[in-house]
Write a protein that binds this ligand. Sequence first.
Ligand code: GDP
Length: 207
Amino acid sequence: MNYQAAQFEISAAKLRDCPTDSVAEVAFAGRSNAGKSSAINTLTRQGQLARTSKTPGRTQLINYFRVDQGRYLVDLPGYGYAKVPLKVKDDWQVHLEHYLNAREPLLGLILVTDIRHVFKDFDLMMIDWARQNQLPLHVLLTKSDKLKRGAIQEALMKARKELEGMADASVQAFSSLKRQGVDILSQRLDGWLEPADEAPAEPAVDQ
Ligand code: GDP
């Protein structure tokens, strides 16, 4: 897939506002400041793309970037904005849960987290959710340029341990600053978003 061709499509407040033509989408989730916007911008080589999601008023929305016909990257609202009142946080959680539980074209989840904080509560919640719902998961440990090689390996091992027993879960180190790990991420996304020739679209889900 050519992720550089990604274009902003729509900001959705509710599930019913999400694109109706979607056949495959992958959602990016993460605590605010984890490096989610930077990762999306690095992947798409578009410095401004995920800025949409940071526009005041849009931080609580589900932002869609179209990669190809019916194929989308989805930027979920960043979790944990300090300035957001508790009530909005509750609403956010309800929306997110609704999206994650009910969105049929959702084929995979990218969990973005700072490699120096493997894992915080929100991350564990998302991992648990993916496990319970058998949704394929890929963890991006961002800002890997902040650590030395040994510490990166340690973080990867710690993360892998947490993902143990999951049918389709993976983890990688990633740096937007150094553009490291982009190929691995692209390949994982391709596995979800590219039209499958032989395999059924949702092999991991029990119907
Ligand atoms: P978001 O809130 O998850 O979308 O996080 P941002 O992408 O806005 O990044 C939060 C902060 O971390 C910003 O100051 C970024 O410049 C910084 N950042 C993001 N990715 C990296 C990275 O790979 N390396 C380093 N050193 N800093 C990063």
